[in-house]
Design a protein around this ligand. Structure first.
Ligand code: THU
Length: 135
């Protein structure tokens, strides 16, 4: 699975975003080490706090199906029909990644399109992160 295809799947996931309050649609595609992809979108709530980010939707779908080994996540987001800028994962999502991924090898791909993207390690996104190895 190359980065382009993972981004295409994140763009597909974004179509399902439930965002009646912010209008900011996010899609994520999470690749397991075995090559399976779990898609996720953000899901908002009238009470605001229960809102779930696209990245966590993808992680929780995967983890609840027994997955534990992850390679990369592609993320796209924005208000318009197509993303115009990079959608960076929030701090809570970075922490969830830290729980299940090796910060030195897990790739966080933030994309505007299949051609325009940044590919960073989780360690770059969350320096000195606190994770399972600290306990
Ligand atoms: N959002 C995500 O889906 N992922 C992030 O990492 C940042 C924020 C969503 C939550 C909410 O539905 C909307 O973007 C605006 O905050």
């Amino acid at each position: 699975m190359d980065n382009r295809e993972l981004i295409r799947l994140a763009l597909e996931a974004r179509q399902a975003a439930y965002v009646p309050y912010s209008g900011y649609k996010v899609g994520a595609a999470l690749l397991t080490k075995a090559g399976k992809v779990y898609k996720g979108c953000n899901i908002e709530n009238a009470s605001y706090t229960p809102t779930n980010c696209a990245e966590r939707t993808a992680f929780f779908k995967a983890v609840s199906e027994g997955e534990r080994e992850f390679e990369a996540i592609a993320i796209v987001g924005g208000k318009g029909e197509l993303p115009q800028d990079y959608a960076w994962p929030c701090g809570v999502c970075r922490q969830v990644m830290m729980e299940f991924c090796n910060p030195k090898t897990f790739h966080v791909i933030t994309a505007i399109s299949e051609e325009e993207y940044l590919d960073k390690t989780l360690e770059e996104m969350l320096p000195h992160g606190f994770g399972p190895s600290n306990l």
